[in-house]
Ligand binder design. Sequence first.
Ligand code: FAD
Length: 390
Amino acid sequence: MDTVNSNEQRRIAIIGGGPGGLTLALILQKHGIPAVIYEREQEDKSHERGGSLDIHEDSGQLALKEAGLYEAFQQAARYEGEDFRLMDKTGEIYIDEVADEDMSEGHHRPEIDRGTLCDLLLNKLDQSKIRYGYKLEKIVSLGAGKTELHFENGNVEVADLVIGADGAFSRVRPLLTDIDVEYSGLTMLELNVTADDHPDLAAFNSRGKMFALDDHKGILGQLNGDGRIKVYASFKVEQDWLDTIRNDKPQEMKAKLLELFHDWNESLQNYIRYAEDVILPRRIYMLPVGFRWERNSGVTLIGDAAHVMSPFAGEGVNLAMLDALELALALVRNKNTAEAIEEYEEKMFKYSSEKADESNQNLILCFSDHAAPNLANLMQSYHNKYEQQT
Ligand SMILES: Cc1cc2nc3c(=O)[nH]c(=O)nc-3n(C[C@H](O)[C@H](O)[C@H](O)COP(=O)(O)OP(=O)(O)OC[C@H]3O[C@@H](n4cnc5c(N)ncnc54)[C@H](O)[C@@H]3O)c2cc1C
């Protein structure tokens, strides 16, 4: 089996141009290792996908440093976005953190909009290395570490190393395992409120995140850099609940949500009342905690494809970027592709299962009895631990 390819010879295919795939391609590019991204969309759609992301010091920020983007990130990041308010359905506040806007003052998780983050990465990438309109349909192992990629547009490519960075419903993952994502039991409806049009709600929300948790439900608000408050009305419900409501009738959906949150504080209900008429339903899926796969000498996964988890540890994008960093550096260190994959996967399986477990525990806590005071206690204990370490 010849998997000892030099970096110049090996054809590296990255499936998916989300934050994970883009970070990987950029770090490889920086080290002179060519790779091609195949992205299913016709153009970058990151601005339309989800809201603000907090980028952690020990993962996402490390990857940005390696990619040569840390200063640009600091310019674009919103340090005040670390404001955090936690309350119950009556509006009783359990945590009210106000972030220091001075960026030298201990900022561990500044916020950036997903679109802005992806623009930073994209602007530094050699554009000839991104193929848009390439949706992977089928992947076939040819043996000896080589893999054939069949795209919906009819193109077929062969690669020496395929990296699945194609998110929760990865088309690469089935080559490595029969295990698939499971519905976590949580459904979130994403709404948007224009903050300037509703100064009362903007003040209530603060400059960052507001979590209201009670009765096994949640209203989460998050101010984005584009002036919108992204709202996630969240609740535990059967997987097919969404099939019972009409996606094309936002007024009906809002009425249904107001019914669900009928005994919540008026300001919290305003997150739904004030919302615009585009509502995005999201079922939250996850891979089992501790998920891993049989090693393949020419195929691996990063980001959500490798370990999609609920967003309740705020780790998804950070892990995708950390995976990109770890895999890129393993490829720089090892000319032998199989050895690089082994080095990366052994490290990644360990840290990702720890975070998947944390995310799962947080999901359970946030939708159990007394969620707001219990989450406040947990966050206080993390805070104390961090203070002791520094
Ligand atoms: C509601 C919600 C809130 C979240 N909040 C946070 C948060 O606050 N903090 C955080 O860290 N994370 C958060 N996450 C998680 C975070 O969004 C993901 O973990 C992160 O986007 C994963 O990056 P990725 O590059 O692995 O995958 P993705 O961002 O999913 O990108 C995958 C890319 O692959 C492309 N693709 C898919 N299929 C194919 C195919 N067959 N062929 C070619 N291309 C394909 C897609 O078009 C996309 O561009 C949240 C997630 C949700 C749902």
